[in-house]
Design a binder for this molecule. Structure first.
Ligand SMILES: Nc1ncnc2c1ncn2[C@@H]1O[C@H](COP(=O)(O)OP(=O)(O)OP(=O)(O)O)[C@@H](O)[C@H]1O
Ligand SMILES: [Mg+2]
Length: 329
């Protein structure tokens, strides 16, 4: 059974359609990223799931209960966006307060609070008032608050907003650690590079509609596009490769081969080797999640131009082993 599931979820704020029929499902133990421009409906989706906003249509279930059911809330952690915790609290007293609300015993709180604050990197400031914290420190306290009662599912709305790179890495590590313990994590984020690093699956929302969903590797793969590099000074006989029926294009110091249905890159590699050329580089092209995101948000005309410009930004996912005897040139 999915931890979270929506079917044709719709939510309107007056004339604004914040969610226009969203269907998604999050499995237990997975890190799921919801992406989308400002106003796409990301926060609204979390608010529906947690019963913060009502008046929605369609189906939405959280931990097997209809979204908004009060008693599942104790099994859920939540970091709201733009939160303002009462700043007369210290980091410690805030966690103590929320822990108490969520039924964490006082002995457990006394042990867990310093550990949690250590984990998010603000243990040394835990007895200072929140009003003296920087933005990133407030965000870290917020994350500790969301985790205080060891929830099974956590919703994080822009968790790394305002956090410095080291802090962001710490948060990523904390989330991956939670995942190891089977916690299901739902993240709204704009920081696509980060989402790419930790999410198992992502969905892209646009004006309340889901336009893409899948695992990051599959979504960003440019299927059938390979980049080939040869030893210095060698040139790929593009015309001959084209005669073989392959779509080959010279780039600056590399060549791109675009496979058609049923073609296999092995045939090109064999051809290169038979010609006595030395293969030094072979990768299947990938676009970054950011490219994918931009692509899905651009209009058709600008999209084509950008795509051309982006051809060169690649990230190796399959590297060919180059044997010693190949290093002749
Ligand atoms: N309480 C509200 N009253 C009226 N309209 C609202 C309300 N909350 C959200 N909206 C509208 O619903 C749409 C979705 O908003 P939402 O906050 O879910 O977007 P978001 O994807 O979280 O954006 P951001 O990245 O800026 O946080 C927007 O058009 C927003 O203006
Ligand atoms: Mg939001």
């Amino acid at each position: 059974m999915p931890v979270l599931e929506t079917t044709d979820l719709r939510k309107r704020y007056g004339r604004i359609e914040a969610l226009g029929g969203v269907t998604l499902s999050v499995k237990e133990g997975e890190i799921y990223g919801l992406l989308g421009q400002n106003g796409a409906g990301k926060t609204t989706l979390i608010k529906v799931m947690l019963g913060i906003t009502g008046g929605w249509e369609g189906d939405a279930f959280l931990l097997g209960e209809v979204a908004g059911t009060a008693h599942v809330r104790s099994r859920v952690g939540y970091l709201p966006e733009d939160h303002h915790f009462p700043d007369y609290h210290t980091g410690y007293s805030l966690l103590d307060f929320y822990g108490q609300l969520l039924g964490v015993s006082s002995a457990t709180r006394a042990k867990r609070i310093p550990d949690m604050l250590e984990q998010v990197g603000i243990a040394d400031r835990m007895h200072y008032k929140i009003r003296t914290y920087s933005k990133g420190m407030k965000q870290r306290v917020g994350i500790a608050q969301a985790l205080m009662h060891r929830p099974e599912v956590i919703f994080l709305d822009e968790p790394t907003d305002g956090v410095d790179p080291v802090g962001r890495r710490d948060i990523r590590e904390t989330l991956l650690e939670l995942k190891k313990h089977g916690v299901t994590i739902f993240i709204n984020s704009h920081l696509l590079g980060e989402v790419e690093l930790i999410c198992d699956r992502v969905a892209i929302l646009r004006k309340g509609k889901m336009i893409r969903e899948g695992d990051v590797a599959t979504l960003t793969r440019q299927k059938g596009r390979f980049l080939i590099g040869l030893a210095p000074g060698q040139v790929l006989p593009v015309a001959e490769i084209r005669n073989l029926g392959y779509d080959a294009t010279p780039l600056e110091d590399r060549w791109e081969v675009h496979l058609l249905d049923g073609q296999n890159i092995d045939a090109v590699v064999d051809y290169i080797r038979n010609k006595g050329l030395n293969l030094r580089h072979l990768v299947e092209k990938r676009q970054s999640l950011e490219d994918l995101f931009l692509e899905t948000h651009e209009d058709q005309s600008t999209r084509r131009d950008k795509k051309r410009d982006r051809r060169d930004t690649v990230e190796p996912i399959t590297a060919v082993e180059v044997h010693e005897e190949d290093r002749r040139s």
